[in-house]
Design a protein around this ligand. Structure first.
Ligand SMILES: Cc1ncc(COP(=O)(O)O)c(C=O)c1O
Length: 369
């Protein structure tokens, strides 16, 4: 991992938010890469923790994050985890009706009032309609506001949105912000003084290749400023400067994806009469780069002397070293390689390490440069 790239992404996002909006925080989505979460780097930069389970919450606390430095999301929080959260003061986002009922009970038993936020959802282009959160489209979110208002132990101070799908189009983030602002104005009495946080989740692209399920014209990662600008332009009319809540974003892949490479080596080039392609066996495995199923990878070949293998491309197949027949890392044109060459997978920091089990081989360690 190149620490300078991670630092660049974190500060670029925060500077854009601070410059255009004012009070703001970046909360790193822990599940995107636990090896990165465990480093002091992001916490030292003042980045908050975004967690989606009691286990991740406990991890953040053990790493030294105080309750208020944690955003606690996720669809499955036990009563005991809700209780701990109410007592320790993370920014708690309720994700649905039955969790809200349990929270009302737990909060009432503790006294309160406790500040909470609600996750909301809406039908939006590319983002779709998430199954998590109270829908803005059918009165669910209004009912949640009403339920919190009638509970003396709870106080609604936050709104949260995170889209379902992948998009690189800042207009999708714009529409999400527009819906949130309209909802706050229409449905939260005294919203300007009531709301302390507006959290627009993650979903900001990094620089990997276009996912398999996206059409070419729909994939065009933009500089982070363009996403922030779109969000702020929609929120600003509803919140004059003196009343602005803290704007929170929860990037995962935008923060960590580009900063991390996977370095593997060519261990064999078996010749076969049945397969006339260049057959390359490396000591990586599809379980180390499971997102290969979702997006093609950027793979470079380097000689042991660190010269980039360029030149003519050959029809090739790159196999991983596990015993699964389908351990295929890439098929198609690839430069000629030799045993001992390095195969470098670029921009693989998001989700691969946390989704990849120790399958047959140890997971690759993270080396920070
Ligand atoms: C609630 C929430 N916030 C943030 C993220 C991070 O998303 P991304 O990696 O797209 O930035 C996710 C990912 O699924 C999420 O579910």
């Amino acid at each position: 991992m190149d620490a300078a790239i991670l630092t660049d992404r974190a500060t670029a996002m925060r500077d854009a938010m601070a410059g255009r909006w004012g009070p703001c925080a970046v909360a790193y989505s822990f599940k995107t890469n636990y090896q990165v979460a465990a480093l002091p780097l992001l916490r030292d930069l003042g980045i908050l923790a975004e967690v989606v389970s009691g286990r991740e919450y406990a991890m953040a606390r053990d790493l030294g994050f105080e309750g208020p430095q944690i955003v606690f999301n996720g669809p499955h929080k036990s009563d005991e985890e809700l209780r701990r959260a109410l007592l320790e003061g993370p920014l708690l986002h309720v994700h649905g009706g039955s969790e809200l009922e349990r929270l009302v009970r737990v909060a009432t038993s503790l006294g309160g009032p406790f500040e909470v936020g609600i996750r909301v959802a809406a039908s939006l282009p590319y983002f779709g309609h998430s199954r998590f959160g109270f829908s803005l489209d059918d009165g669910e979110a209004d009912a949640a506001v009403g339920r919190i208002r009638e509970c003396p132990a709870l106080e609604l101070t936050g709104l949260h949105f995170h889209g379902l799908g992948d998009t690189t189009d800042p207009q999708c983030h714009r529409l999400a912000a527009r819906k949130l602002a309209a909802f706050a104005q229409k449905s939260i009495p005294g919203y300007q003084s009531a709301l302390r946080t507006i959290d627009l989740g993650g979903g900001f692209p990094a620089h990997g290749l276009r996912p398999h399920n996206r059409e070419p014209e729909s994939w065009d990662p933009r500089p982070i400023d363009e996403y922030i600008e779109a969000i702020v332009e929609e929120l600003a009319p509803a919140f004059p400067e003196a009343t602005r809540p803290t704007l929170i974003l929860e990037p995962g892949r935008y923060l960590v994806n580009d900063a991390i490479l996977l370095v593997s080596r060519v261990i064999d080039i078996p010749r076969s009469r049945r397969d006339t392609r260049q057959v390359v066996l490396s000591n990586a495995s599809i379980s180390m780069v499971p997102l290969t199923h979702y997006t093609p990878q950027i793979i470079q070949a380097w000689s042991p002397e660190l010269e980039l293998r360029e030149g003519e491309l050959r029809d090739s197949v790159l196999y991983g070293a596990s015993c699964r027949e389908d351990d295929v890392l890439q098929e198609g044109p690839f430069p000629s390689v030799e045993i001992g060459d390095f195969l470098v997978y670029c921009a693989v920091g998001a989700y691969n390490a946390s989704l990849g089990p120790d399958f047959i081989f140890e997971s690759p360690p993270l080396v920070v440069l």
